[in-house]
Design a protein around this ligand. Structure first.
Ligand SMILES: Cc1cc2nc3c(=O)[nH]c(=O)nc-3n(C[C@H](O)[C@H](O)[C@H](O)COP(=O)(O)O)c2cc1C
Length: 232
């Protein structure tokens, strides 16, 4: 029997998506699914952190307006047939990130037509518009989409919004001895979410081994949905 192959196509600006994917890929590989990685690389590399409050505000406005961040060419092998493509990246101002939008403009149809695509989103908590737009882009390219995986930062509001903003502006609120740290212990996803991503990878592998063609969607992966951590 031919090995099942999954393409992980991703962009990650602050490594949160990447950390989730590493765990998910581990779960897949433990169940003998071959994983091939392709990272989207902006032509003008983006500095993290942005470093200033003004620069962060400008970035927020540009990304709200769906500014594209042109990317380098992706590998030829990405355009072959896959049992599943995982398209992963952060939410940027209620949209897919600029590099992912640039990917759709340039390669969307040739990459995704007739492919099965699992959208994976890392965000601080506001992902619905992003997911809606992403699914529409995928459908326009002729892709079939599965149940999405959405991971929100687990820290409650308003701290996670303030924390993300400060982190982008170059501050490290979670490392200071300030009172803020009590409410905002870390930037990004928790260890539990990473462990969970690995478990989901294992279940996803079982699904893929069962054969994805001609089966009902969404795929039967029970995704926790508490309106904060995950959800759709
Ligand atoms: C420019 C910018 C805009 C963002 N806008 C949103 C947003 O609208 N909703 C949200 O939940 N998170 C938003 N975030 C937070 C990221 O989605 C979140 O930190 C994510 O975990 C980062 O993933 P990454 O490290 O893979 O880039 C934004 C981050 C950036 C850099």
């Amino acid at each position: 029997m031919a090995a099942k192959r999954v393409l992980i196509l991703y962009y990650s600006y602050t490594n949160q998506t990447k950390n989730l994917l590493n765990a998910l890929a581990q779960g897949l590989e433990e169940q003998w699914v071959e994983v091939v990685w392709e990272q989207l690389r902006p032509i003008d590399s983006l500095r993290f952190p942005i470093g200033t409050v003004w620069g962060t505000l400008v970035m927020m406005v540009l990304t709200f307006l769906r500014k594209r961040f042109p990317i380098q060419p992706i590998s030829e092998s990405c355009f072959s047939r896959w049992d599943l493509i995982i398209l992963a990246g952060p939410t940027w101002s209620y949209n897919p990130s600029g590099p992912v939008l640039a990917l759709f403009d340039r390669d969307g149809r040739s990459l995704f037509q007739d492919q099965l695509v699992l959208p994976l989103i890392s965000c601080r908590g506001y992902w619905r518009a992003h997911l809606f737009g992403l699914k529409r882009l995928l459908q326009r390219c002729g892709a079939r989409t599965t149940t999405p995986l959405v991971f929100s930062h687990p820290t409650p509001e308003p701290w996670r919004t303030i924390g993300v903003f400060l982190r982008l502006a170059g501050k490290t609120p979670h490392n200071t001895s300030s009172r803020f740290r009590r409410f905002y212990p870390r930037y990004g996803h928790s260890r539990e979410q990473i462990i969970h991503a690995r478990e989901i990878g294992g279940r996803l592998a079982a699904y893929i081994h069962g054969g994805t063609q001609g089966r009902d969607f969404p795929m039967p992966i029970p995704v926790p949905c508490d309106g904060n951590d995950f959800g759709d």
